[in-house]
Design a binder for this molecule. Structure first.
Ligand code: SAH
Length: 222
């Protein structure tokens, strides 16, 4: 099976639908092999625009959701980025393409946190096989607390649904930084695009409705 033809076809569809709007997201989606981030038995469905199971009741998000969230985050080359909910590592690889791999002399990096150790290991293997591991650090832990060790971040993306905006994530953003996070209960959520205006002010834009697995942790669901 020639995945590169399927990948191009999917990206063209997402451009036509207006989901992919920037050259950098288009280039990243054309570069990262999604088939390397799904379990073997699902490879043939890697370029269907659908979420797929990755074990432990979790999923790799649908390509349109990855593209849409990446556009909303608007990462720049050289950015220090935090992802919460590593899952397969696919979203982390897309971010790494933009902030680190094509950043020339700027040193961007992606930190990504996963609470299920087996999934963190799955992601690490996928990122090693595809050589993104040099731009990505996978951490096991409760990402609802952020990752204070490497703060502050230019951008934070949460790929699991939170009951509210976790306070530590705002604290760990630079002024002018952006947080993209689905907020709502297990039935339905809304994607929030949050900009840190200054140390006491945030601007919250409520974007599309969506459906994610729950963020489980101190500032997530119990
Ligand atoms: N971004 C992933 C998809 C993530 S699915 C990808 O590209 O494949 C959401 C993930 O968030 C799941 O793996 C789940 O275990 C994880 N998760 C849920 N709560 C978490 C928390 N508090 N900290 C870190 N990871 C969490």
């Amino acid at each position: 099976m020639d995945f590169s033809i399927e990948r191009r076809r999917l990206v063209e569809k997402l451009v036509m639908e207006g989901v992919i709007r920037s050259e950098k997201v288009k280039k990243a989606m054309l570069s990262v092999p999604r088939e390397e981030f799904v379990p073997k038995e699902y490879k043939r469905w890697a370029y269907f625009d659908e979420p797929l199971p990755i074990g432990f009741g979790q999923t790799i998000s649908a390509p349109h959701m990855v593209a849409l969230m990446t556009e909303a985050l608007d990462p720049k080359p050289g950015d220090k980025t935090l992802e919460i909910g590593t899952g397969s590592g696919y979203q982390a690889a897309i971010l790494a393409e933009i902030v680190a791999k094509n950043s020339l002399n700027k040193e961007g990096h992606v930190y990504t946190i996963e609470r299920i150790p087996e999934l963190a290991e799955f992601a690490r293997r996928n990122l090693e096989r595809t050589s993104y591991i040099r731009y990505v650090t996978v951490i096991v832990g409760d990402g609802s607390l952020g990752y204070s060790k490497e703060a502050s971040y230019d951008g934070i993306i949460v790929t699991a649904a939170a009951p509210d905006i976790p306070k530590p994530l705002i604290e760990q953003l630079v002024v002018g930084g952006r947080l993209v996070i689905p907020v709502g209960d297990s039935g339905l959520q809304r994607l929030y695009i949050v900009t840190k205006k200054d140390n006491n002010t945030i601007d919250v834009k409520e974007d599309i409705y969506c459906l994610f697995v729950p963020l489980i942790g101190k500032y997530g669901w119990k």
